[in-house]
Design a protein around this ligand. Structure first.
Ligand code: FAD
Length: 322
């Protein structure tokens, strides 16, 4: 295929999120012949980020600077990116299925009366069509989707399509686009970041998730220690969040975050369908639960039947020895 595709880059605190590189890899999968254009918005110098997009496979990058792009708003980013789309005569636009991706892409797609396929976990090329595979029914089944005509918008779930190797020998053009951004009705007064310190939950390769079985905020401490020694992040079931053992920012599941780490350790989590919806695509699932009948064992690759207050400290000790 030789489609021309735009990848919308996303950064946090000046650093591109890994899903941006995964989106470039997704675009490359659709269009192995080249012409992958990246776009970046912000109010600062975006050249270093643009260069990173090129190292990860973009052929060239358009940057849009404006004071109104300091913080994300769908109005600001919409007004910045629509003129870039106009310039490029594209076949498709790909972005991460992140909070911003979920907000921005439907807005752009509806403005352009285009189709949007969201939360794709895999892409296949059939003939001259890109086919996006996405989970449905809370991850119990997968559907294949393609858009038969016009511009295709797609968001990809983080941690599913591996990024290409970073290659500093790659080069590409970085150009700047002047845009008018006006009549922004959203005023961001302050950004208050919730709990999650350290590794970002939605992009973590290892997640230690605690449930109601952890019994208290204090009970979460060994989970943080295990996450620390494994270089991972801590997540939680809604049961644990409802019981105020941790912040809702950690909630994984149908009404929380959807994660696909390499390793998911569920600690004192029963495995309700709404929790499985957020984690069942994890590559390796380990469940620690004292109830051998707990539903979480039905999706686990490895199960430890036992008291988490004995098992987790033993795990920490053993991992430390490695
Ligand atoms: P429980 O079901 O109470 O399980 C606790 C587990 O800990 C048990 O299996 C028990 O055997 C084990 N345990 C207890 N003590 C120990 C010990 N000492 N050692 C080892 N194991 C122990 N839930 C989510 O997680 N995410 C969501 O996004 C979500 N969205 C929802 C949306 C809707 C519309 C609804 C209705 C529900 C939603 N839920 C969600 C809630 C979900 O149905 C469950 O209630 C919740 O996941 C249960 O959390 P839990 O497994 O931690 O608690």
């Amino acid at each position: 295929m030789s489609d021309k595709l735009l990848v919308i880059g996303e950064a946090r605190d000046g650093v591109l999120r890994n899903v941006t590189f995964e989106a470039i890899a997704a675009a490359k999968k659709i269009n192995s012949d080249g012409d992958i254009v990246g776009v970046l918005c912000g109010n600062d110098d975006l050249n270093a980020q643009a260069q990173e997009m090129i190292y990860y496979g973009a052929d060239r990058v358009v940057t849009v600077h404006h004071d109104e792009l300091k913080t994300y708003t769908s109005e600001g980013y919409g007004q910045a990116i629509l003129p870039v789309i106009d310039d490029e005569s594209l076949d498709g636009i790909i972005m991460g299925h992140t909070a911003i991706g979920k907000d921005l892409t439907p807005k752009l797609a509806s403005k352009l009366e285009s189709g949007l396929i969201s939360d794709a976990t895999e892409i296949e090329v059939e003939g001259d069509k890109a086919v996006f595979i996405r989970p449905i029914y809370s991850g119990k089944a997968f559907e294949k989707k393609t858009i038969s005509s016009g511009l295709t918008f797609a968001t990809i779930r983080p941690n599913n399509i591996p990024a290409l190797e970073r290659d500093e020998s790659r080069s590409g053009d970085v150009s700047s686009k002047e845009v008018d951004i006006a009549n922004i009705r959203t005023v961001i007064k302050e950004v208050i970041r919730k709990a999650s310190e350290g590794v970002d939950l939605s992009e973590a390769n290892v997640i230690i998730a605690g449930g109601r079985g952890v019994k208290s905020e204090e009970g979460f401490k060994p989970l943080y220690e295990l996450a620390d020694v494994l270089g991972g992040a801590v997540g939680a079931s809604r049961g644990a969040c409802d019981a105020e053992y941790c912040d809702y920012a950690l909630q994984i599941g149908q009404t929380g975050k959807v994660v696909t780490p390499d390793l998911y350790i569920a600690v004192g989590i029963s495995g309700a369908i709404q929790h499985l919806a957020g984690m069942s695509n994890s590559k390796v699932i380990v469940a620690i639960n004292k109830d051998p009948e707990a539903n979480i064992f039905n999706v686990a690759d490895y199960g430890i039947v036992g008291d988490l207050f004995d098992v987790v400290p033993t795990l920490i000790e053993e991992v430390k020895k490695l």
